[in-house]
Design a protein around this ligand. Structure first.
Ligand SMILES: C[S@@+](CC[C@H](N)C(=O)[O-])C[C@H]1O[C@@H](n2cnc3c(N)ncnc32)[C@H](O)[C@@H]1O
Length: 347
């Protein structure tokens, strides 16, 4: 790590995760049992199958366009995409209409994705300008929580931004600096300034979503995001670092451990509404997956399975659905441009 001096929280996360030489996502494969964390596509292929079914449903709802784009945001090791492609094979009309794009920032992960998806017709993109001029669905699992956030503190009606001060590459202390009037104005848009205490603002993440929304408004389509997060107010720091499947202190192992935070889904909803998209009520991962049909699908598959395979399938399903595991903490949001109501998976 280079000497960082005094930098805002988002710049620190950017350096730790995305420095092209030393950043976490640029230097290692973090996924799976031997990595640092496991995500839903790695827990069970059933998760990815439900996403595939939902995407096909969405395409049908908007009138089965002959040209359609699927864009995965932050595809990790490409595991979800692999299952999607297998599922799409069973729906030839959809498959023949759809072009697949992967939007990935890390060169290291692009290499891993290319290896895991060898022989498939996929385009890797760095911006959305290259997409064809046809409706598009954007999907991201744990994409948003991997984009650096800013942190602020509200005290006596004043807003301060949080900075980390380093000396000789070692974390020294946290400092707060009063925000500029333009930042204050920006923060005022989303209803997050109501209470005293710490609050988080995903400036870079919203920039990404603004680009996605702009594309959807121009070509039609929608956005489906799954992430772990909360609804309502949460005036604490939710930053956390994970290494080898265990919590890690943020300043230990910089560049060698993941750093994430809990996504504020109310803020996302407000933001997407301001972009003039239709936004569904946010639901839990468990609600979404059950509504799309995960339990029925598991039942059909398990009919032909041995006892051992069956218990593995249901153990993994439990991890995705149990409210004490991923079922409740993970949430799903959908925004779209269409006259028809997109309701599968939502309330
Ligand atoms: C926590 S991982 C999730 C990976 C995968 N979706 C999964 O569920 O296993 C976050 C992914 O988003 C990518 N990413 C983060 N910020 C990005 C950005 N601004 N543009 C494109 N990809 C980004 C990361 O490199 C990584 O592939």
């Amino acid at each position: 790590m280079r000497d960082l001096k005094t930098i805002p929280v988002d710049k620190f996360i950017e350096e730790a995760l995305y420095n092209k030489k030393t950043g976490y996502y640029f230097s290692k494969d973090p996924f799976g049992k031997d990595g640092d964390f496991i995500t839903s596509p790695g827990i069970s292929f059933l998760f990815s199958e439900m996403i595939a079914i939902w995407i096909i449903y969405f395409w049908e709802m908007i009138g089965k366009p002959k040209n359609f784009s699927f864009v995965e945001l932050g595809p990790g090791d490409g595991r979800l995409c692999k299952t999607l492609l297998n599922t799409f094979e069973k729906f030839p009309q959809f498959k023949n209409s759809t072009k697949i794009y992967l939007y990935e920032k890390s060169e290291k992960l692009i290499k891993i994705q290319k290896k895991n998806l060898k022989g498939q017709k996929i385009s890797w993109i760095k911006n959305f300008k290259t997409l064809k001029n046809c409706p598009a669905i954007f999907f991201g699992n744990e994409f948003f929580d991997a984009i650096p956030i800013k942190q602020f503190k509200k005290k006596n009606n004043e807003i301060y931004e949080k900075y980390f001060k380093f000396k000789e590459k070692k974390f020294l202390k946290t400092v707060y600096k009063k925000v500029s009037s333009s930042m204050l104005q920006e923060l005022g848009k989303y209803g997050i300034l109501k209470f005293d205490g710490i609050f988080e603002y995903p400036k870079s993440g919203l920039k990404e979503l603004a680009l996605v929304s702009k594309k959807i408004k121009s070509v039609g389509g929608g956005l489906l995001l799954v992430d772990y997060g909360f609804l309502g107010q949460n005036n604490v720091s939710t930053l956390q670092s994970v290494k080898k499947h265990k919590k890690n202190m943020i300043f230990d192992n910089i560049g060698k451990a993941d750093i994430t935070y809990l996504v504020n889904f109310d803020l996302l909803k407000n933001f997407l509404k301001i972009q003039n998209l239709n936004v569904n009520n946010v639901v839990s991962q468990s609600f979404f997956l059950k509504r799309v049909g995960i339990i029925k699908r598991a039942g059909i598959l398990s009919n032909k399975m041995s006892f051992k395979e069956k218990s593995d399938l249901y153990y993994r399903l439990q991890r995705l659905l149990d409210p004490k595991q991923m079922g409740q903490l993970f949430k799903v949001i959908c925004a779209y441009k269409s006259k028809k109501k997109i309701s599968l998976g939502f309330k």
